[in-house]
Ligand binder design. Structure first.
Ligand SMILES: *Cc1c(COP(=O)(O)O)cnc(C)c1O
Length: 219
């Protein structure tokens, strides 16, 4: 049962909204079941799917964009998106800022950091992050709020490796917070952990977990 799966995860959290239920590939009925059991925060990795689900589901859902985002699609989600986890370039940041301004809102974003061993995972390096946070674009983007970092660990059964990647992301988070966001309480979120590794991620300081299969599958 979806509600039992949710309850097991909630037990590990201070607050239900720390769980972004990843609804990609799930039917509207399945998502509604999670909604009916009281969950409100959902994430999608594709704009098209996000828009389709949003129009078919209750309006009180807070939608997070967690996947790679193309600049030309930002305008479609800018009016309502709760948070964008996957920001990894200045150009994307600028585009989000532009669309946020048009919609007269401030969009919360996370900067995606490359922590895995795999070439295929997106994200910024530490040098690129510093460059971005010291750059003009960042200082000019008044309609985005940088709320923290997001990362995806290597897809491996080697738990020690995954934990060390989470730990290094937490260390980087603390370092950037001190250096660029001291006194700015909005830089407070660390989005890391999925079905297979969310408990380790929480141990390492995650504040937002993105969990799909563990919520929807029968165990
Ligand atoms: C699919 C996905 C998840 C959730 O994966 P599960 O293993 O099903 O929990 C988390 N984050 C991102 C970016 C994803 O694309």
């Amino acid at each position: 049962m979806i509600s039992d799966n949710l309850d097991k995860i909630y037990e590990k959290l201070a607050n239900k909204d720390q769980l972004v239920v990843v609804s990609k590939y799930r039917s509207v009925e399945e998502i509604l079941e999670a909604h009916n059991s009281g969950h409100r925060v959902f994430g999608e990795n594709r704009v098209q799917a996000l828009l389709e689900r949003r129009s078919a589901l209750p309006e009180d859902i807070k939608w997070h964009m967690i996947g790679h985002l193309q600049r030309n699609k930002v305008k479609q989600i800018a009016p309502f998106v709760e948070m964008i986890h996957s920001v990894e370039s200045e150009r994307l940041m600028k585009e989000i800022n532009k669309e946020a301004l048009k919609n007269d809102r401030i969009i919360p974003i996370l900067l995606q950091v490359h922590i895995a061993d795999e070439e295929t995972k997106f994200g910024l390096s530490e040098d690129e992050l510093s460059h971005l946070l010291e750059g003009e674009v960042f200082s000019q983007c008044e309609n985005i709020r940088i709320c923290g970092l997001m990362g995806m660990a290597t897809n491996t059964s080697d738990k020690a490796k995954v934990k060390s990647e989470f730990n290094s992301l937490k260390t980087l988070f603390d370092k950037l917070k001190d250096k660029y966001f001291a006194g700015d309480n909005s830089f407070s979120e660390l989005s890391m952990g999925m079905s297979g590794d969310y408990e380790d991620a929480l141990d390492c300081g995650s504040t937002l977990i993105r969990v799909g299969s563990l919520v929807f599958n029968d165990h």
